[in-house]
Design a protein. Sequence first.
Length: 262
Amino acid sequence: MKSWTVIGMNVIRYPVLVFVLCFLGLLLAARIGVLFSERLRTAEAGVREDFEVIRAATLTLNGLIIGFAFSIALGRYDQRKNNEQTDANAIGTEYLRAGLLPEVDAAKVRALLLNYLDQRILFYRTRDGQLLSQINAQTTKLQAELWSAVQVPTVAQPTPISSLVLAGMNDVLNSQGYTQAAWRNRLPFAAWGLMATIAICGNVLVGFGARNPQAESWLLLELPLVISLAFFLIAEIDTPRARLIRVKPENLLSLSQSLRPQ
């Protein structure tokens, strides 16, 4: 079960693949419903009325769940954007506070912060897994060096001012941790499975209830297409390193330009 979950989450990382698989799967579900629709055509009026209620309820439930999933994905996307802003604010504030340290220590901390800022920008921009591992390793190394750079003067001269610089560095490190946690926080695979199951059932019922499948063949394409587009959009928003909808390091880039004037 765990392996299937891992495979499913890996598939969801590619929204275009999600769209293709969903469209083909839901189209197949509608055609399967058509194959079993002969019985309904000769059914009594009361049976057809009950069927219409079940079909409407299933499609309504499908729409509600897709709406909830979209809302959750959009909320997490906003959280990632807010964390990027927090990350930039923490680095910028600490860069200014570093000026309160002795000149040599201040120059060292600021140089490390500029390198750290470059790594944070690369973190948001890259889509390559191997490069991302290198960025994370370099970021961890720089965090250790940054903490040591403010810890040594603070221990040597424990004043309220040096403690303020140390607290600011703690904010810098914490903001990176919050960002990592937000990027890992995605829709669970069980939610995708529930949406897919209800969507399949809904399309089977639509195909099953078609009065004239040949004349309504284009209508049987509409629902799979609409649901697949909704799944694509949710996957695009929920995937941090998607191609179309992704968090850009606008605040980090603006900070980098302000700290490195041309």
